[in-house]
Design a protein around this ligand. Structure first.
Ligand SMILES: Cc1ncc(COP(=O)(O)O)c(C=O)c1O
Length: 334
């Protein structure tokens, strides 16, 4: 069934029941629906094939974030949450995770609240709200500065500490975020490349994707290299962070040994690469362009590398931003 039809059907199944057994059954069902996204050959540079995992095929948020949203709820429910009915699950997100978390929460009959940076705009705000989550804004940019009083995470922590009914699973320091990729994305890449993958290249927000994937692939073959891509400072790439200007999440801090190298990509390079992908029919967000640019840059310097990257989301999730940075430039060029 078409993934978009699936997502619409799912959003119609709405329940207020909060029995733990039923929630676990629903999570089992969700885990079957999400993941197993296609891996597609997108380029061959210098004899090195570059393939991308099309995470926008995930049916809820049309992004990679469906995976951790499901696993984080599963981990929390299995550990046991007293008074589930009253609990509000609260998180910070710049969009994709908020949409996934809100939709999964609604399907499970649980309440969610998302704090998002105001810079993401009305459209994303509305989509998160439509997912069923309560939404709060903070004055952050795409990459909240190291200023402790400023971040969406600080606001979430404040709200959480003040209200015992709020539950903060913290995607930036949650082992289930890593597990989603260790049990899902990593094994899928291994299988889809018949174990031939030599390097994975991708940007990081929470770091859950790169750490979970790296941990699994290195377990299968310790020679596989993992490269993290950083956007420039003061960037406009939704979902990613530059760790020189923004606090490094605990997931990355605790697992730096899994990352073999770091490369930086500018906004200009990322948006140009996104524009190129659009022309080829991949209507992805700008982090896909950033990942693709980085993978090409690395491929030019190597031989016999089978490279895999992620296309983390659809361009529709940040359409206004892409309209400003791609469509406007395209129309100016005519
Ligand atoms: C569009 C996009 N790309 C990449 C990422 C990075 O994923 P992770 O948080 O697993 O590092 C995110 C995370 O929100 C995202 O929304």
């Amino acid at each position: 069934m078409d993934v978009f039809v699936q997502a619409n059907k799912l959003s119609l199944i709405h329940t207020t029941s909060v029995s733990t057994e039923l929630i676990l059954e629903k999570l089992f069902f969700l885990k079957k629906m999400v993941g197993n996204t296609p891996l597609t050959l997108i380029d061959n540079v210098n004899g090195n094939p570059i393939s991308a995992k099309l995470e926008y095929y995930n049916p809820l948020s049309h992004s990679v974030k469906d995976r951790p949203a499901i696993y984080m709820f599963e981990g929390a429910i299995k550990k046991g949450i007293p008074n589930l009915e009253e609990t509000i699950f609260i998180e910070a997100s710049s969009g994709n995770f908020g949409i996934a978390y809100g939709l999964v929460g609604r399907f499970l009959g649980l309440k969610t609240m998302i704090v998002i940076p105001s810079v993401v705009g009305e459209e994303t705000f509305n989509r998160v709200q439509k997912s069923g989550a309560i939404v709060e804004k903070t004055p952050d940019g795409y990459c909240p500065r190291r200023n402790e009083r400023d971040g969406a995470i600080v606001k979430v922590k404040d709200l959480w500490l003040k209200d015992p009914k709020k539950e903060f699973l913290n995607q930036y320091n949650n082992a289930d975020n890593i597990r989603a990729h260790f049990e899902g994305t990593g094994p899928e890449i291994w299988k889809q490349t018949n174990g031939k993958v030599k390097m994975v290249v991708m940007g990081a927000g929470t770091g859950g994707s790169i750490v979970g994937i790296a941990r699994y692939l290195k377990k299968m073959n310790p020679k596989i290299k993992c490269v993290a891509v950083q956007p420039q400072m003061n960037h406009h790439i939704q979902g990613l962070r530059n760790y020189q200007e923004s606090l490094e999440p605990e997931i990355i801090q605790k697992n730096r040994d899994l990352i073999d190298d770091w490369v930086e990509v500018s906004d200009k390079e990322a948006f140009l690469a996104t524009e190129y992908l659009w022309r080829r029919g991949f209507y992805v967000g700008s982090s896909s362009g950033l990942n693709y640019f980085a993978a090409k840059k690395i491929a030019r310097k190597h031989k016999n590398l089978n490279l895999v990257t992620l296309f983390p989301d659809t361009g529709l999730n940040s359409f206004k931003l892409l309209q400003r940075n791609i469509l406007k430039r395209l129309s100016l060029r005519k």
